[in-house]
Design a protein around this ligand. Structure first.
Ligand SMILES: [Zn+2]
Length: 428
């Protein structure tokens, strides 16, 4: 089936060339995109072909989230922890680990559906997720994958393996990846962070990634305390420890945050194959500090579970980057788009040319190739996204999800949030 977009102002996301054109979009994970002068007349079209008139609208490549935690989707407005966290370690212990230990696969499903819907409506058609549900690990990755596919977004998933809840939970995390990858699913091998992963679990995780020729996905030096723990227990800094175990040598590895790396570690990471993902709003929320990322050519952006809007995330990175690295709008835009390069390297299906957003962007000033990054950094908004094409299929139309019933998804999320919050307060 072909989707025809007529009268589009098409922006090539790489060259930043604008042209008034028609587009023919083929469906499927390998589907392509062609620029056409005119939509073929009705007799020449196939049954099921669709035409959308994009007059006055901007059409460009849709977006990728480089680091998400759908497990936090039901946390919004939840009752505060009885203990007020004083530092990052306590935020994990009293907020996120209190929540993730209560998640079952139904709650995970509701979280994944709601997060995927939120992403889709903001033009995000591919999510790289890092999941945690320590008391229902098994089946969690397939649950998320199926939820994402119901909404219609692509995915590269992992579970955050950790020794924080004992060796059996670490093994369950390994087994969950093994089963999921053996089924042919694209995935990374997730690890929580150096300070909750012992040497044996780290080694087994790298071995598993090697078995499936994939990368690892781990939080790195998010807070200074991760470095302090690593030096005290392993006499190494975090990136040195990951290098020693081979994490940095695996293709497609993702290192989250990297806020507290020293110059030697930055060089190690920059000279390795590993990618870095920046989530500065989360860093601000957790008060762990901010840093610049100009030292590596492989950096992309994520939301770290804060929300589902990658344009918002990019604009936050632009503002935070003024003090930490003096980033330009053009460099920010390149970082926002780097995730496509990462996904092309992995070969994970679902982020081809047939992923598009149709935006109602009203520019009060001239818009052209040379000044586009300024429009992106200051003018774009996720709410400008009207219609979203994922793998050649319309999944959001005029601001509404059309692959699933929005009201039912929200009702399901609320029902599961009530179960989760009851369980967290000891009610179940
Ligand atoms: Zn994270």
């Amino acid at each position: 089936m072909t989707l025809y977009l007529k009268n589009a102002l098409y922006l090539d996301y790489q060259s930043l060339d604008f042209q008034q054109t028609g587009l023919a979009v083929e469906e499927g994970p390998q589907g392509g995109l062609r620029l056409i002068k005119a939509v073929p007349p009705l007799p020449e079209r196939q049954a099921g072909d669709r035409v959308i008139d994009c007059r006055g609208k901007l059409v460009t490549r849709s977006f990728v989230c480089g680091h998400h935690h759908i497990y936090s989707a039901l946390s919004r407005g939840m009752p505060p922890s009885p203990v007020v966290p004083a530092n990052f370690a306590e935020v994990l212990e009293h907020v996120w680990w209190r929540l993730d230990k209560c998640l079952d696969n139904q709650m995970t499903e509701a979280s994944a559906l709601f997060a995927a819907m939120g992403c889709a409506k903001r033009g995000v058609t591919f999510i790289i997720d890092h999941h945690a549900s320590p008391f229902q690990i098994r089946g969690s990755l397939e649950t998320i994958a199926q939820a994402f596919e119901r909404v219609g977004v692509g995915h590269l998933l992992c579970y955050e393996i950790s020794d924080r809840d004992g060796p059996q939970k670490a093994q369950d995390g390994l087994d969950e990846h093994d089963d999921y990858l053996a089924g042919g699913r694209p995935a990374l091998v997730g690890l929580h962070a150096s300070f909750t992963v012992g040497d044996e679990t780290l080694k087994k995780s790298v071995d598993l990634a090697r078995k499936y020729q994939t990368g690892l996905h781990i939080h790195v030096a998010e807070a200074q305390s991760d470095q302090e723990d690593c030096l005290a227990r392993h006499q190494l800094r975090v990136a040195q420890r990951l290098h020693k175990f081979g994490v940095l040598d695996q293709p497609h590895s993702i290192l989250g945050h990297c806020v507290h790396l020293d110059e030697h570690e930055k060089k190690l990471v920059a000279e390795s194959r590993a990618w870095v993902v920046q989530s500065c709003e989360s860093n601000q929320n957790n008060n762990v500090g901010l840093t610049g990322y100009g030292w590596t050519p492989r950096v992309m952006l994520g939301v770290d579970g804060m929300h589902n809007d990658m344009i918002r995330s990019a604009q936050a990175a632009y503002l935070a980057g003024q003090s930490s690295e003096g980033i330009s709008p053009a460099a920010l835009y390149a970082r926002f788009r780097a995730a496509h390069r990462y996904l092309a390297e992995t070969g994970a299906p679902g982020d081809g040319d047939n992923n598009l957003v149709i935006m109602n962007y009203q520019n009060p000033t001239p818009l052209h190739r040379d000044n586009f990054p300024g429009h992106f950094a200051f003018g774009f908004s996720g709410s400008d996204v009207e219609t979203v094409v994922s793998q050649g299929r319309v999944i959001v139309e005029n601001g509404r999800l059309i692959t699933e019933d929005e009201e039912s998804l929200v009702a399901y999320a609320r029902e599961q949030a009530r179960r989760l919050w009851d369980k967290m307060s000891g009610g179940l």
